[in-house]
Each structure stands twice: as C-alpha cells, then as structure tokens.
Design a protein around this ligand. Sequence first.
Ligand code: CMC
Length: 391
Amino acid sequence: SGCFTYDPGFTSTGSCDSSITYIDGDKGILRHRGYSIEDLASKSDYMETCYLLLNGELPTKAESDEFKNQITYHTMLHEQMLNFYRGFRRDSHPMSIMVGVVGALSAFYHDSTDIRDPQQRLIASHRLIAKMPTIAAYAYKYSIGQPFVYPKNDLSYAENFLHMTFSVPCEEYKASPALVRAMDRIFILHADHEQNASTSTVRIAGSSGANPFACIAAGIASLWGPAHGGANEAVLNMLQQIGHKDNIPKFIERAKDKNDPFRLMGFGHRVYKNYDPRASVMRESCHEVLEELGINDPLLELAMELEKVAVSDPYFAEKKLFPNVDFYSGIILRAMNFPTSMFTVLFALARTVGWVAQWKEMIEDPGHKISRPRQLYLGSDARDFIPVDKR
Ligand code: CMC
C-alpha cells in the first residue's frame, strides 16, 4: 500500500541533507566543509579536522587548544571496562571487540546518553573521539597478551595511539615525527565520507533516539564488511595471495569473470567513477613511509603493478573502477607494524568523528524523522492456517 520509490541498495536515494562533506564522484573531488581533502591532508591535522567536521569551521588557536584539552581529558577508559576485555577470547578479531566495547560505553557513561541534552551530546562526542584510540590499542594489546598501556596525555592524538599500541612496560615506543605525521594523515583521510553504509547505519540507528555509543557501535559493525572498511584488510590478503607480478593477469581475469566471486579489493566505488582522491594521497604517503622506515616492501611494487594493469584493462575502464582509499593504506599500516586484523579498526577509529558529526547534525535538525524504508513484498498471498498434523 502507499506510493514509494523502489531503490534497493539506495543507488539513487538521497536520505538527508548535510553540510559536512561534499563528493563529486565523476571529478574525484572530496571536500569537508568546503576544504579539499588534499589541503586538509597536507596542511591540517586530525584534531583540527575533527573540530572542522563537528563545528563547521576551522578552529582559532584558542578553540583548537580548548578542543584538544577536552579530548585529552577523556582518553582514559573506565577501569571496570578492562574486565570486559578480559571476557573475550584472546584470538577474537579486534573488530568484534570494538563493536562490543564501544556499545558497552553506554553502560559506563550514563551522564552522556540523554540525547535531548546538548551538553550530554557534546560530552558523548568528545568521549567517543577521545576513547577510540584507547579502545583500539587495548583490543590489540589484549590479542597479543601484553598489558594495557594507559594513555599519555602530553602526546598528540596519533602519537598517543602509537604509544598505547606499541609501548611495553620496559620500553616506551618512540615514533619518528614522519611516522606520527603519516598516522595522523591516515586518520584525516578516513575522517568522513558522507552517506556510506556505516554512516547511514549510524544515522538510521540514531533516528530512533538510541544513545550515541550504541549508534557508533552499529556503525563499526557495518564498517567491518569487506565491501566497506574491511577492504583494507582484504587488499593485503589479496596481494599476499597474488604473491608475484606474474600472477596478476590470472587474478585480473578472475575479477572480470562473472561466475567467480573474486573482486579486485580496493578497487571500485559507489560514488567515485574516477580516481578516489584519498587513494592518491595514500599512495604518496605510502612511498614516504616506506622510505622513512627504509623498507622495501615487494607488496608495494606488486600493488603498483596491479593498479597499472587494472586501469589499462578495458573492463575496469568501462566500469570506471579505480583504486579507492583502501588500496594503499594496508601497505603503510603493515610497514608501521600493525597486524592485518587491526587495519579496519584503524579505519573505525578515524571514522568515529565523521559518524559523530553526522549523528549530531541529524539530532540537531528539528525536522528529522525516524528512518523507515519501505519494501516490495514478494511473498505469499493470504492463505489459511494448516494445523501441524495436516502439513
Ligand atoms: N572488481 C571487479 N569488478 C568490480 C569491482 C571490483 N573491485 N567493483 C565493481 N565491479 C563491477 C561489478 O561486478 C559490476 O559489474 P556489472 O555491472 O557487470 O554487474 C560493476 O562493476 C558495478 O559494481 P557494483 O557492485 O554494482 O557497484 P557498487 O557501487 O554496488 O559497489 C563496491 C561498490 C565498492 C562495493 C565495489 O566496487 C566493490 O566490491 N569493490 C571491492 C571492495 C572495496 O574495495 N571496497 C572499498 C570501498 S571504498 C572504502 C569504503 O567504503 O570503506
């Protein structure tokens, strides 16, 4: 009953209006609040970009200092939450821990779950951004059986995350400025991307009035899939599977074969029908990090060759399939010593600000409604109930 547009997968449905992120998929343009991703990646830092996404303007020096103070104030996790971690199997995928722990924040921080109160909304936003690196680093520490490393608030956001991930009680990890910068840039490149699957999930969850911690946990669950944020992990597994340049043509043929479920991971995008601008920055960053660390990773060479072969293949050209943000990020993260299972966790960490900004924009829109898509029913018509002994 009723009239509606049938659009499975939402390929042509606008679900909201937003002033946060602009994408021109044909031209390969991405802007946050009007600022190009290239400018933000080279001239800004993640904290400043977070402020911009949340508030609409770049911060003044005083606003920036105050924002950083707020974020560092909330970096600790409630001590009781460490018991929650200990309930997981050591070999749990860190994304499963993330979904659980972030959802559980609402059980620990009752003073920031009332979404009608602007002050509570603000504190919840700060808590989520501040605690995500701690939650992510602890998921890693737990999986390798090392003690949790508490946040150190005189370090920058990216530096602190690297410290909590790689320091051990007897030896503090000191990342070089170039590495910290690369980490920060990866966070900027993943900060927001308008109404993708996970962000739409956050908005749909939030449209019912659910608390922000539960909504962000829903976003993390959606991001996990290999068609979305899980692609960075899948790219590295794919490159390892390809193994050698000589095998590239075989895998390209498999990607083109409609009877083979294999797809070139890190390639293609619903909106970009051109090079993903984030992939260009990521590729550049990849070279810089490998040079800085003195690493000669054959997987980078393999990735570049794969890109070259794919983009010159008529199948990929016709379908406008280009490398996306996930194609090169895995190689940088691997060079930084992150295990493959942490790649999507890093994406979730960085995307939290985007989810929070989008959730906040929706909640603060007085006209927002609960999301309630319709369906095309294809099931059975009305029929008489048959008792079990007659079936
Ligand atoms: N390899 C081979 N063929 C592909 C690929 C690929 N990576 N991506 C799309 N195609 C083909 C697909 O088979 C289809 O062909 P046809 O029209 O003949 O049926 C056509 O291109 C359009 O693909 P689609 O699946 O209808 O497009 P979509 O907009 O629904 O999907 C996508 C977009 C990103 C899910 C898809 O390109 C894909 O699966 N890519 C690989 C996974 C990946 O890298 N995901 C990361 C996306 S960017 C970051 C993020 O969101 O986290």
